[in-house]
Design a protein around this ligand. Structure first.
Ligand SMILES: Cc1cc2nc3c(=O)[nH]c(=O)nc-3n(C[C@H](O)[C@H](O)[C@H](O)COP(=O)(O)O)c2cc1C
Length: 166
């Protein structure tokens, strides 16, 4: 798939089919996360893959804007590791997230990115998934097959781009 097509047409999906996601597709998505750019190539991230319904429901109950994790067959929780990079451990995991969203799209899967860090959801996720205190819970991604198609909007380029100087 053309990368520009994926960037333009990927949308946040919040309604999923119960059809399971193939292990190979999941591994391809995680592999895309692994190859994200990272400051000094420290790769300060960990991915917790949650497929068990009971655990997904617990995550969904803990996240007021992520109730659909109860439906999506897969949730990936993305962690930041300050020991690997004290300066970029909060930023770099987002690079991995974006790669994973695009890879999932290329495999006909829907995703939605949900923020977690610096909210009261973070300690709840930490408890539910036994995440050590040394790691931050950055965000999570729901993944699954879907039927609904969505569109979205963006600010126009002439509103956000300045050439040569502001
Ligand atoms: C940092 C971040 C946090 C987000 N948190 C949530 C969330 O908690 N729940 C949700 O449904 N969508 C969440 N989203 C998805 C955005 O709402 C979505 O990307 C935006 O509305 C644009 O829609 P699109 O992704 O379909 O283009 C989040 C996206 C980002 C980048």
């Amino acid at each position: 798939m053309n990368v520009l097509e994926a960037i333009r047409n990927r949308r946040s999906i919040r309604k999923y089919l119960s059809k399971p996601v193939e292990r190979e597709k999941l591994e391809a998505i995680l592999e895309a996360g692994r190859w994200a750019p990272s400051a000094s190539n420290k790769q300060p991230w960990h991915f917790v893959v949650v497929t068990k319904e009971e655990k997904r429901k617990a995550l969904a109950d803990a996240h007021p804007y992520g109730r659909f994790m109860a439906e999506s067959p897969v949730v990936i929780v993305v962690l930041g590791d300050s020991e690997r990079h004290p300066k970029y451990y909060l930023a770099d995991p987002h690079n991995a997230v974006m790669n994973m969203l695009l890879a999932a799209y290329a495999h006909d899967l829907g995703t939605c990115w949900m923020g977690v860090r610096d909210t009261d959801i973070e300690p709840k996720f930490r408890d539910l998934l036994n995440i050590p205190k040394s790691l931050r819970v950055i965000c999570c991604i729901s993944i699954g097959y879907h039927e609904v198609e969505r569109d979205s909007t963006r600010r126009q380029l002439d509103e956000i781009v300045r050439w040569e100087s502001y």
